[in-house]
Design a protein around this ligand. Structure first.
Ligand SMILES: *[C@@H]1O[C@H](CO)[C@@H](O)[C@H](O)[C@H]1NC(C)=O
Ligand SMILES: *[C@@H]1O[C@H](CO)[C@@H](O)[C@H](O)[C@H]1NC(C)=O
Ligand SMILES: *[C@@H]1O[C@H](CO)[C@@H](O)[C@H](O)[C@H]1NC(C)=O
Ligand SMILES: *[C@@H]1O[C@H](CO)[C@@H](O)[C@H](O)[C@H]1NC(C)=O
Length: 593
């Protein structure tokens, strides 16, 4: 009865929001009436989609990829753990959560709490809809042995969290269960401990299945770097030591001949990118050998995750609930090793850092299917709610991802073709060579991909610009907006001069950088209130040339800040309800038109 109501509520709610998507969820019908599905969500840490990590996970391939749908163009909204996870659990872009870093003042668990999300985020909404919620593994950064109970994370029926300073200590982790004291697991392998805890929660969930369906999140640290944090409590004298991930003993000799893929952007002869990346030295053979070792350690550390996925699915089968359960696999952000001469790490906007795995298996989901529709982490909370028949929220910046095959194909024609990317602060280097964090790593970007074009556009806080035509430059090696590129004026994208394309991309980024809710979900409508433009191709119509190319405000920064400081952000687009957009810096909307 409850479900029938919630479900009807969803239909009218999403229609009134104008999300433009058909209701994807068909209620599961059992003899006692509609049965609500369960979810098992596996969230890995720093797993790439570009460096082939999934190719080395045979059980994920057999159990998930071949039995489900893979989203090849799934992106994180910011390439760092905690901000990305807060986006994932709120359905909001980082500029709307203002949790933009891994530690205070701009991020970490304390900032998540200070922003009020601990009382109003995904697990809370699930509990309100009468779901049991379980979580084990890493929740956020700066969730520590000191602050774990002030307050406890809200919204969980059962939880067992990894805590700093031992979150990334593969062989000496600290966990904290429900309202108990933290406990050390010295000498045990972190991912195996997570697996045992996950199986335990699954058992608890199944025992209460007559009353409530469940949502279980399993968040192992693999393949994150091993991190030793010393003196975490003191502030001064604190040291953070990154090293390659540590595999379980049983996996430590696998893949001895494997190396980082030697793509054209791997340790190139000429530096690439923009800003501080242009100064990176080429890596010598010692450094490359270490990076190859680092890469193998990542693949090895993923083997315990591979077994964990298999263990979960085997248990779902034994309990007889595999057909009622969605299994979703993703990672908080991607990773680079040696591309653009970078040391191992994330925090950049390039494809290796932002493209992450997303695989969905479950009722109605096509098996062994892949799609190129563009999706992002802002979409995951709305997707889960829609799958479970729970009303969507008006302030979501993302839209539900269609997971049923027929619907994916329909939305291939209509779905937005971009993901927005933002970052504030420093670039963190995680290897052992040139361990130098880079300041001024603040930028905004758009990743846009369709049958007609494949682009990455970025504006850095020093106002350098990048544009890559990834249909011919997959490795993002030729910045078409590099001022020293004399050839750029002759280059065409989708048959048009790049100035025409950039004028549209910049306007789109201008809306996206301060969008909220509807304006994030449908940014073109802000620029074209008549609703006649849905894609870059539409906007490139010659009739809009004067609109886009007239002298007007462009995306720019006033200065490089380590957080989302309005004064640093340059001119801002603001929306008043659904209409009347205007520019903050004095220019009026009429001038823009
Ligand atoms: C984001 O948080 C920081 C740190 O608390 C604060 O200084 C800044 O003003 C906030 N930004 C916005 C736009 O609220
Ligand atoms: C493991 O962690 C505990 C704290 O949880 C600490 O007391 C102990 O010294 C650590 N062991 C090693 C070998 O670092
Ligand atoms: C590479 O550089 C490192 C210092 O960054 C140095 O220790 C090492 O000896 C160098 N290796 C070679 C082969 O030159
Ligand atoms: C999955 O699809 C691939 C390529 O389309 C095909 O080669 C493979 O045999 C399929 N696997 C299964 C289990 O259907």
């Amino acid at each position: 009865m409850f479900f029938a109501k919630a479900f009807l509520g969803t239909i009218s709610f999403s229609a009134s929001l104008g999300l433009g998507l058909a209701q994807s969820q068909v209620p599961l019908v059992s003899e006692d009436g509609p049965r609500r599905p369960n979810v098992v969500f596996i969230l890995t840490d720093d797993q790439d989609a570009q460096l082939d990590s999934l190719r080395y996970m045979p059980l994920v391939k057999k159990r998930l990829i071949e039995q489900g749908t893979s989203f090849n163009k799934h992106y994180c909204t910011t390439a760092i753990c905690c901000p990305s996870r807060v986006t994932l659990w709120t359905g909001k872009t980082p500029h709307n959560t203002n949790v933009t870093d891994v530690s205070p003042p701009y991020g970490g668990y304390p900032k998540f709490v200070a922003q009020g999300f601990n009382d109003d985020y995904f697990p809370i909404w699930l509990q309100q809809a009468r779901y049991n919620t379980y979580y084990t593994g890493k929740l956020f950064n700066a969730h520590t042995v000191q602050n774990y109970n002030s307050p406890y994370p809200g919204g969980f029926t059962g939880s067992d969290f990894l805590l700093d300073p031992h979150t990334y200590d593969y062989l000496n982790s600290t966990f904290q269960r429900n309202d108990e004291e933290p406990r050390s697991y010295e000498g045990q392998y972190s991912t195996d401990v997570v697996a045992e805890k996950a199986y335990g929660f699954l058992g608890d969930a199944v025992r209460d299945l007559k009353n409530k369906p469940f949502f279980l999140t399993v968040a192992p640290i693999g393949p994150h770097s091993n991190v030793i944090i010393k003196d975490a409590s003191k502030g001064k004298g604190r040291s953070v030591q990154f090293g390659e991930p540590i595999p379980a003993k049983r996996h430590q000799h696998l893949f001895e001949d494997v190396k980082v893929p030697r793509t054209d952007n791997f340790n190139p002869d000429h530096s690439s990118g923009a800003n501080w990346l242009l100064d990176l030295p080429q890596q010598n053979s010692t450094n490359i050998e270490y990076n190859d070792h680092f890469y193998r350690q990542r693949l090895r550390s993923l083997q315990a995750v591979d077994e964990l996925v298999d263990g979960l699915i085997a248990r779902l089968e034994e309990y007889g609930i595999l057909d009622d359960t969605y299994i979703v696999y993703s990672s908080d952000n991607g990773f680079h090793i040696g591309q653009h001469r970078l040391q191992p790490g994330k925090t950049c906007g390039y494809e290796e850092d932002i493209n992450v795995p997303l695989i969905v298996r479950g009722p109605g989901v096509a098996s062994n299917y892949t799609t190129d529709i563009v999706t992002s982490h802002t979409d995951l909370a709305p997707t889960f709610l829609e799958l479970l028949g729970i009303p969507l929220r008006e302030d979501f910046d993302g839209k539900p991802i269609p997971v049923v095959k027929g619907e994916i194909e329909v939305t291939e024609q209509t779905r937005r073709e971009h993901a927005s990317v933002e970052y504030w602060g420093v670039a963190i280097s995680e290897g052992i060579h040139q361990v130098l964090n880079r300041e001024h790593n603040t930028y905004k970007a758009i990743r846009l991909s369709s049958a007609d074009y494949n682009l990455y556009y970025s504006v850095w806080c020093n106002n350098e610009h990048e544009l890559y035509d990834m249909s011919v430059d997959r490795g993002q090696m030729h910045n078409l907006l590099d001022p020293s590129n004399s050839f750029s004026s002759q280059i065409l994208i989708a048959g048009l001069p790049i100035t025409k394309v950039v004028s549209r991309l910049d306007a789109l980024l201008f809306v996206l950088k301060s969008c909220q809710g509807l304006s994030c979900r449908n940014p073109w409508k802000q620029l074209h209130p008549a609703g006649n433009v849905h894609t870059l191709a539409d906007a490139l119509d010659r009739s809009f040339d004067s609109f886009y190319e007239a002298e007007k405000t462009r995306v720019r920064f006033e200065f490089c800040a380590n957080g989302y400081l309005v004064d640093a952000e340059g001119p801002m687009w603001e929306t008043q309800g659904l209409s009347a957009p205007y520019l903050r810096d004095g220019a009026s909307w009429d001038e823009w038109v």
